[in-house]
Design a protein around this ligand. Structure first.
Ligand code: MN
Length: 290
């Protein structure tokens, strides 16, 4: 059995732009650094938070990325994205946006207009997945994945479903394509519902309790908004919902490459970071209207 290494409570939230009130788990929480969590280099979690109505959508204005992928999973509320390579769309509750920044683009992330006007609960995860060195300078790519496009594995005993966003669960393949082995899934469990997971022993693996509370490996209760880091060295673990629960499960094969990170640029060497800054200043990331 894959034991729990650490249960991580949510850190003090901070605002990204004026639209995302996030708890950072990766890389700033104790032990959740980029090396330990490789290939996951960032996880910001906007726990459920009410935004009052406004005529001017809240969000993050135009900014660059290079060298990795940003994955946004929506649980409550709607987000509109636009990027300089032509990608974009609105993601609604249950949808996922998988944006491969790769060689670089500009994008902006805002609450969708009607959601902004009405106000409401907002809950999202943004996960950054590092790219292998050989893909860091490849073409940007955009996968807008609606909930209907995500295959759902029905668990036994009406325990609930597993939405397979990427990778594989019990032979069911995930919707998103990835550049290295990454498993990402939402377990949506009924009260008392149980699910088992098995990932290669060297894959860095964790989960985030989005809603409800769960019992992990039949032993430890983990409440809402807490992250569980699993030990490596074994494969299987189980979760059981103490009450109706939603759990984001992530597991990835480490790239084991050097990481040079500077804000929105994550490369392998310091020289590549300098190059990214120069290219950005020279306008090589394209153009996007504010
Ligand atoms: Mn961004």
């Amino acid at each position: 059995m894959r034991n729990i290494e650490l249960v991580v409570p949510p850190r003090e939230p901070h605002f990204v732009g004026d639209g995302f009130r996030v708890h950072n788990f990766i890389p700033s929480a104790y032990r959740l650094d980029m090396k330990r969590m490789d290939p996951f280099i960032m996880l910001d979690y906007n726990s459920k938070f009410y935004f009052p109505p406004t005529d001017k959508p809240r969000g993050v204005s135009v900014h660059p990325h290079r060298g990795f992928e940003t994955v946004t999973v929506a649980y409550k509320g709607k987000v509109a994205h636009h990027d300089s390579s032509g990608g974009g769309g609105v993601i609604d509750e249950g949808d996922v946006q998988w944006m491969t920044a790769a060689s670089g683009l500009l994008h902006k992330e805002y609450h969708e207009e009607n959601f902004s006007k009405q106000g409401g609960d907002f809950q999202m995860v943004q996960l950054w997945v590092n790219l292998p060195a050989k893909y860091k300078m490849s073409q940007p790519k955009y996968q807008g994945i609606s909930n209907a496009q995500i295959d759902k594995y029905a668990l036994d005993d009406n325990a609930g479903i597993i939405e397979v966003i990427a990778g594989e669960y019990m032979g069911m393949k995930g919707t998103a394509s990835t550049f290295s082995p990454v498993h990402l899934m939402n377990a949506k469990l009924e009260q008392g519902g149980k699910a088992e997971f098995s990932f290669p022993a060297h894959f860095n693996t964790g989960l985030l309790v989005i809603d409800g509370s769960i019992l992990v490996n039949g032993m430890e209760t983990v409440p809402t908004d807490h992250f569980v880091l699993f030990e490596n060295g074994d494969t299987r673990f189980s979760i059981k919902a103490n009450e109706k629960a939603v759990v984001l499960v992530l597991s990835g094969g480490p790239l084991n490459e050097p990481i040079a990170a500077h804000g929105p640029f994550v490369m392998n060497t310091h020289q590549e970071i300098i190059q990214a800054i120069e290219d950005f200043n020279a306008g090589k990331f394209g153009y996007l209207e504010e």
